[in-house]
Design a protein around this ligand. Structure first.
Ligand SMILES: Nc1ncnc2c1ncn2[C@@H]1O[C@H](COP(=O)(O)OP(=O)(O)OP(=O)(O)O)[C@@H](O)[C@H]1O
Ligand SMILES: Cc1ncc(C[n+]2csc(CCOP(=O)(O)O)c2C)c(N)n1
Ligand SMILES: [Mg+2]
Ligand SMILES: [Mg+2]
Ligand SMILES: [Mg+2]
Length: 325
């Protein structure tokens, strides 16, 4: 990396939306808010050797995922994404300007698909690992609050796609496993490197007008279910046989359930909705080509999470799954 700003010209958006008054190039970005929408803002960071290694992710994957994990939080609020800002700490050695530009290309690839525009950021050098922090600003219809605290006894618990794939993909990547080449493992490796934020499903849930509790799966459903149980003051029962997972996880019987429950980084949406409203929402999600699965129910009681399977009912702690063997 040579000059702090030369490479920025390469990542600057050419076209800007009408609500943006000033993007990259001044002290801060300036944009107009939109009538009848509330603003929604989130930030998450990815750190080299904690969230990725050069051996597990290409620069474009790193950029794609750094934006995806933030869009996933916007999805978990039912929002549409509008703008993003990127703070990047670049090591003094080990990373080239081309690689940094590729990180931005990965972000742009996803941003273009969901209509988000880069409006600013910050660039610093570091003696340590690469760190990329993305802030996303989005909008959601005024008054729509898909909060973790919305769950009520009697609700159905749902999830929007397979669990444990990212952890399985990471396992193969870290081991340099020869199965990486095989077609049947492509989906789990991709789930790790290029998670799909579930923005469309978040929008269906927001527009439904129904009371929905919602969280995205960054740490694993064991942890996210606890967050909903605690915020709402309810018990969450999960049914093991209903948890969706990619069939290739059956090749890893020892790790499978740990990955499904607490592998994390799946970036699916986990939520709850009244039983009477479930069919309607499921129909809408599936009608637009999405997936959504009923995996449990909400009960009255002190905040806790249980897993039901043929061996009985097992309490699941927040840090993850500990029971089976
Ligand atoms: N350093 C911090 N300063 C202020 N608020 C924070 C800080 N870290 C987290 N929070 C806030 O705490 C809440 C939970 O944050 P958390 O990062 O666990 O959520 P998340 O982004 O959904 O999860 P993950 O980071 O695993 O994707 C959010 O409201 C977040 O804004
Ligand atoms: C090289 C490497 N080792 C381990 C992992 C797994 N990992 C890292 S952070 C995290 C939880 C979500 O993070 P956060 O809570 O910061 O959102 C998980 C599951 C990885 N992705 N890459
Ligand atoms: Mg966070
Ligand atoms: Mg997050
Ligand atoms: Mg989240």
């Amino acid at each position: 990396m040579e000059n702090e700003f030369d490479w920025l010209k390469k990542v600057q958006p050419q076209k800007t939306p009408g609500h943006l008054i000033q993007g990259i190039g001044d002290d801060a970005a300036l944009y107009q808010s939109e009538a009848s929408f509330d603003e929604v803002a989130t930030v998450d960071t990815m750190v080299e050797d904690v969230h990725f290694k050069k051996s597990t992710m290409s620069p474009t994957d790193i950029g794609y995922k750094a934006l995806a994990i933030n869009l996933s939080d916007i999805a978990a609020m039912g929002g549409k994404a509008c703008y993003y800002l990127v703070s990047i700490a670049i090591p003094q050695s080990g990373w080239t300007e081309d690689e940094v530009v590729e990180i931005y290309a990965g972000m742009k690839e996803l941003a273009n698909r969901c209509g988000a525009v880069l409006i600013g950021g910050d660039t610093v050098s570091t003696n340590d690992r690469l760190v990329v922090t993305v802030t996303v600003i989005g909008r959601v219809e005024t008054g729509r609050k898909l909060l973790r605290s919305n769950a009520k006894p009697g609700d159905i618990v749902f999830v929007t796609g397979p669990l444990g794939s990212s952890a399985a993909g990471l396992h193969l990547l870290l081991k340099g496993d020869k199965r990486l080449e095989a077609f049947e493992y492509e989906a789990v490796v991709r789930a790790h490197q290029r998670p799909e934020p579930q923005l469309d499903i978040g929008r269906v849930l927001a527009k439904s007008g129904f009371r929905v509790s919602l969280n995205d799966v960054s740490d694993g459903i064991a942890s996210e279910a606890h967050e909903i149980a605690e915020a709402s003051g309810v018990v969450i029962d999960l049914f093991e046989g209903d948890l969706p997972y990619h069939e290739s996880l059956d090749d890893f019987p020892e790790q499978k359930w740990k990955w499904i429950l607490s592998g994390g980084e799946d970036f699916q949406l986990l939520g709850t909705i009244a039983r009477d409203e479930w069919d309607h929402v499921k129909g809408s999600v599936e009608g637009q080509g999405g997936e959504i699965y009923a995996i449990g129910e909400v009960k009255e009681g002190e905040s806790s999470v249980y897993l039901h399977n043929e061996n009985g009912i097992h309490s699941i702690d927040k840090s993850g799954y500990q029971h089976f063997g």
